[in-house]
Design a protein around this ligand. Structure first.
Ligand SMILES: *Cc1c(COP(=O)(O)O)cnc(C)c1O
Length: 403
């Protein structure tokens, strides 16, 4: 059939560039040690998840999910605006608003099924024809797609380039201006200069939308995220935190001035036209937030920080490039797609699961191993990772010098 032949041909072209991706089936909860379909024998030591605090399989969170299902049933049955908004959703939103509230003005929070949808919602609800969106070059795909859903002008500014952004803001005569950025860049692990960005936004009367997918739960003394880390407070801030990463469950929330949130409720199609997430998820998340905000969260963050430091100081790479990241995202740039895949395969052979990330997720010729650390890892786990990576890279360097 011609239509299928067309697709087959396109898939072959993907193979030719070493860009074919595959789905792996896991047979155990998300944790440092995982069983994976197709890898026989031993469990793998995994450095791939965004479960930065190890809450995805935390007994108290799992128990809360069970309790939530017993109390509220399995599904929500409808969208939020019809009848799907349960007490569990309402309580979670109140808890989240109180948690990040110190950094906003008259904070209210709105829960979404996924971070992807929260970002589509934020940008599509704000972007009318008299709006300009200023989007950081390395922003997550969901922010880019959100920009595509709007009728607003979307301009991209270079990574971390405050001067370029200021020039764009000064030249814009749009009625509404939005600056949109990741707080922690998901493939590099570096932080956006949020205080400077906020100053620019206040000067040019623009909103600052912060996607804190990799900061919420992790950054700041209480785990409130990037806004706490930088000690920011402003009515210009619109904050998005995801709940499937450090919070260990799923979904996301937007927090901002109550008027902003009310606008989303009225106008954000990815909020309005979808079935509300199962209430048990919201119920489990309330327990996650309690853990993040409490003593246990503090201890988990401290342990994670020590693992980050340990990995940064124990790699001795020469051919590959270790990025200086202070976050749980610890990328090692290799370059060519095939070399990155080979490295990931070699690690797998030694029982380590580290994903290779290729374009278009990252710029061309910067294919990399994306190591992510979790508070569930031990010092010995990181020691093992570092020594295997060092040995592997040395073997590669030796081959490179010979040829
Ligand atoms: C993961 C991620 C998202 C999407 O969140 P999901 O809840 O996984 O849909 C959005 N932005 C960034 C920066 C992310 O890393």
């Amino acid at each position: 059939m011609k239509l299928l032949d067309d697709l087959e041909r396109k898939l072959k072209a993907i193979d030719a560039r070493s860009m074919r991706r595959r789905v792996r089936v896991t047979d155990s909860p998300c944790a440092p040690r995982m069983k994976v379909d197709g890898v026989e024998g031993c469990e793998l030591l995994a450095f791939c998840s965004n479960d930065y605090l190890g809450l995805a399989a935390h007994p108290r969170v799992v128990e809360a999910m069970q309790e939530g299902a017993a109390r509220y049933g399995a599904g929500s049955g409808a969208s939020h605006l019809i009848s799907g908004h349960s007490r569990a959703h309402a309580l979670l939103e109140e808890k989240l608003a109180a948690f990040v509230g110190p950094h906003l003005e008259q904070a209210r929070a709105l829960y979404f099924c996924t971070g992807y949808m929260a970002n589509l919602a934020m940008l599509s609800a704000f972007g009318g024809m008299d709006t300009a969106i200023f989007s950081e070059e390395l922003n997550h795909a969901s922010l880019i797609d959100g920009g595509r859903l709007t009728r607003a002008d979307v301009v991209t500014y270079p990574h971390g380039d405050l001067a370029a952004l200021e020039k764009l803001l000064a030249e814009s005569d749009a009625k509404t201006k939005l600056v949109v950025t990741d707080s922690v860049f998901s493939m590099d692990g570096d932080l956006a200069p949020l205080p400077q960005l906020l100053t620019l936004c206040e000067r040019y009367n623009a909103w600052l939308m912060v996607d804190d997918a990799h900061g919420f739960g992790i950054l700041g003394e209480h785990g409130r995220g990037a806004l706490e880390h930088f000690n920011l407070h402003s009515p210009y801030l619109i904050y998005m935190g995801t709940l499937g990463k450090a919070a260990g469950v799923g979904g996301a929330f937007v927090a901002a001035h109550e008027t902003v949130i009310e606008w989303l409720v009225q106008r954000a199609r990815p909020y309005i036209y979808t079935t509300a997430a199962p209430p048990a998820i919201a119920h489990a998340l309330s327990t996650s937030i309690d853990i993040i905000a409490g003593e246990e969260g503090r201890a988990l963050r401290k342990h994670l920080q020590s693992l980050i430091q340990q990995l940064q100081t124990s790699l001795t790479l020469r051919l590959w490039r270790q990025l200086r990241s202070t976050t749980a995202i610890q990328p090692i740039i290799i370059g060519e797609n095939q070399s990155a895949l080979d490295a990931a395969a070699a690690l797998l052979e030694q029982g380590l699961w580290v994903p290779a990330i290729r374009p278009p997720t990252v710029p061309p010729n910067t294919a990399r191993l994306r190591v992510t650390l979790s508070a569930a890892h031990t010092k010995e786990d990181v020691e093992q990772l570092a020594s295997i990576l060092n040995a592997l890279e040395q073997a590669q360097t030796a081959t490179a010098l010979e040829t």
